[in-house]
Write a protein that binds this ligand. Structure first.
Ligand code: GDP
Ligand code: IMO
Ligand code: MG
Length: 428
């Protein structure tokens, strides 16, 4: 039996989908533990690319059980269209189980996300407008009782919840945003039309997971977003509303911390961020544009261009600590193939003082200037390398520096989107 957590080490889009798919090959169960369809996880198999938003990235392995756990938030329309899209491509989703306790993203959550972001104007967070903030807000508010996946099994229960919610939401929509109130039956129908597609998958996933644990299953817990988008440990308020960090895997699945054997933090060989918020190593320059171009750094979910910069080693070190990382998966190394020199940020300079640790105060972080260590580039195509010893010495030096800075070994190196473009150094 083993339980491994796959966590984004940065600001999301690090390649968690690829890593999860690779680990799923040996796993019995893959579990998404938080977030919703704000995520976009890409898996490339042969020439086929799959963009998964909600369904765990183990789904392409027909014998792997895939679970969306209690900590996730689910948009029924998004889930139904993802299920139908996969089925149309010949991928069976019979192995998908969805927690009845997961909260449902309702049409009013999406609408509120949109209205709130617009009202924030220049100070907007840059959310995906999928309704993530509003649904987690309702979850923590507890009453009136929000809609959960169980309610998609009983139309009367669904109507009762929606009625309770609209009594408040309609006041907010009209008074704060001068928007039209929503009509009860219309909202119920909007959601209920997807119930049939989804209902067979809904169950008690806690019980199922305990059963699998007791049977000695190998389990992968797949995070969405990344460490610095965590509600508590991210660059608040420019964060998401859930807990992507490894601790969030315990919260989201009900698996206790002592049952976790390995924590894989997934990082790019450089940094990106989509949406607003501090990003010390951001390159507003031709180099940044080149990274964006080579890495195809455009959001999987929203299509927005991602902000790009050199690898932030200070942030990676913090990430290794927050997540209790046992190993690093280093992704998109091939994107750096063409650079003559490569930089890695090993400290911040803030107000004339050097910081080797990431300051908790986001105001300070916003003022951080990166202190870079410059390395020579390798100037060759790594895309076909499958053996660590075949990497150029300068590439191995870059990897060693990353390990030193993060205090964590690099166990997997990715040099292209496909499964085969992977160098495994250790069992992860
Ligand atoms: P996730 O959200 O963490 O799963 O990451 P995304 O799927 O949003 O973004 C990662 C992107 O990089 C996807 O388009 C992947 O297909 C791609 N990718 C993953 N690993 C590599 C790699 O090693 N090299 C290159 N060039 N692309 C990669
Ligand atoms: P994956 O799982 C990158 C960002 C948004 C915004 C902030 C809050 O593919 O790595 P939200 O809609 O969650 O309220 O937006 O978080 N964000 C992501 N950035 N990858 C993601 O997911 C993200 N999910 C949310 O851009 O800055
Ligand atoms: Mg993504």
């Amino acid at each position: 039996m083993s339980v491994k957590v796959v966590v984004g080490a940065q600001w999301g889009d690090e390649g968690k989908g690829k890593v999860t798919d690779l680990l799923a090959e040996q796993a019995d169960v893959v579990v998404r533990y938080q977030g919703g369809n704000n995520a976009g996880h890409t898996v490339v198999v042969g020439g086929d690319e799959y963009k998964l938003h909600l369904i765990p990235s183990g789904i392409l392995h027909p014998d792997t059980l895939c679970i969306m756990a209690d900590g996730t938030v689910i948009d029924p329309e998004g889930l139904a269209s993802e299920l139908e899209g996969l089925l149309a491509r010949g991928i069976s989703c019979d192995n998908l189980r969805v927690s009845g306790n997961a909260h449902v993203i309702m049409p009013y959550h999406r609408l509120l996300d949109e209205l709130q972001e617009t009202a924030r104007g220049a100070g907007s967070i840059g959310t995906t407008r999928c309704g993530i903030g509003p649904v987690y807000t309702d979850k923590t508010a507890r009453k009136p009782l929000p809609v959960r996946m169980w309610d998609l099994l009983d139309k009367d229960a669904l109507r009762e919840r929606v009625e309770g919610q609209l009594a408040q939401k309609n006041i907010i929509l009209q008074a704060l945003y001068d928007a039209e109130p929503l009509e009860l039956e219309a909202v119920v129908e909007q959601v209920w039309q997807h119930a049939e597609t989804i209902s067979d998958h809904i169950c008690d996933t806690r019980a199922l997971l305990y059963e699998k644990l007791e049977a000695g299953a190998d389990i992968v817990l797949e995070g969405a977003q990344g460490t610095f988008l965590d509600l508590d440990y991210g660059t608040y308020p420019f964060v998401t509303s859930s807990h992507p960090i490894a601790g969030g895997a315990c919260l989201g699945t009900g698996i206790g911390p002592t049952m976790i054997d390995a924590v894989v933090i997934v990082t790019k060989a450089y940094s990106t961020r989509v949406g607003a918020g501090p990003f010390p190593t951001e390159l507003d320059s031709e180099i940044g544009d080149l990274i964006r171009d080579r890495g195809q750094e455009y959001g999987t979910t929203t299509g927005r261009p991602r902000r790009c910069g050199w690898l932030d080693g200070v942030a990676l070190r913090a990430s290794a600590r927050i997540n209790g990382a046992t190993v690093i998966a280093l992704m998109l190394l091939d994107v750096l193939d063409i650079f003559e020199t490569i930089n890695i940020c090993t400290a911040y300079e803030i107000g004339g003082k050097n910081y080797s640790m990431m300051p908790a105060n986001v105001e300070l972080l916003s003022e951080a200037k990166p202190v870079f260590e410059e390395m020579p580039g390798w100037g060759c195509d790594l895309g076909a390398t499958t053996d660590y010893d075949d990497l150029p010495q300068v590439t191995r030096d870059y990897i060693s520096l990353i390990e030193e800075v993060a205090g964590t070994p690099v166990g997997l190196i990715s040099v292209g989107p496909s499964r085969a473009q992977t160098i495994r150094r250790a069992e992860i």
